[in-house]
Design a protein around this ligand. Sequence first.
Ligand SMILES: O=C(O)CCC(=O)C(=O)O
Length: 290
Amino acid sequence: MARSSRNPRSFPSRRSSPYTLIFAGLLTLSMFLLILLALGIFSLPISSDNAPKDEVDHRRQHRSVVETDGMGVRGKQWTEILSWQPRAFVYHNFLSKEECEYLIKLAEPHMTKSTVVDSSTGKSKDSRVRTSSGMFLPRGRDKVIKAIEKRIADFTFIPVEHGEGLQILHYEVGQKYEPHFDYFLDEFNTKNGGQRIATVLMYLSDVEEGGETIFPSANVNSSSLPWYNELSECGKRGLSVKPKMGDALLFWSMKPDATLDPLSLHGGCPVIKGNKWSSTKWMHVNEYKV
Ligand SMILES: O=C(O)CCC(=O)C(=O)O
């Protein structure tokens, strides 16, 4: 019987070649980099040292805007078209509750009786037409106000520099602002920034009853509004917006052809129950120097 050969059968060597080792190493390194990229731990450089300085500054500016974007948390936001004649829109939850409370807290110790503009002299005067109290917060006063002003500019497409300082208004029971125009009929008030083009009115509080912002000449069938039955007698006399904390009303005093829009006539109905706090931002056609 033949015995098995004493010489073991020869198998191919299991030792890897240097090329296989290099290939495996490169593959592992790429996988590792891909994982880091996916986790955001590592990023590919998107600018070279030759990138223009302005471009780099712009990116930094953008980041800091995000970091300082207001205060608190805003509810779900959406915009609603109220009317095309005049052009009026509501941006729901434009401000957070914290921002509303912050503005009231800043303004409260400095409130004085509101005035109106005398169209013959262009000067401010006391009037029964407007019985609220108010004060102005300088434009860019602090981080929170800067963020709100930037938000207004984004909403309206009107640069921050075209806006007056924020006016804070307080109406107690019985106080109101009779219908009026925000545009000027005198030359004195248009010297700085030209005509007022649009207004953003932000509601800093809810109002239990009354206090609606009304557009008596709006080309809208107001009785068909879903909230018509909740309006005061004054509010039923035109297109009305019920104040809701955080909402912002934008309306245009000028038409797209740059003529004044008389349908933008508007006012604040008397407060019947509760308190009304609001903030107005008037914006001009040109830069408004502060
Ligand atoms: O308080 C309102 O609802 C109206 C305020 C207003 O008309 C204004 O600030 O120009």
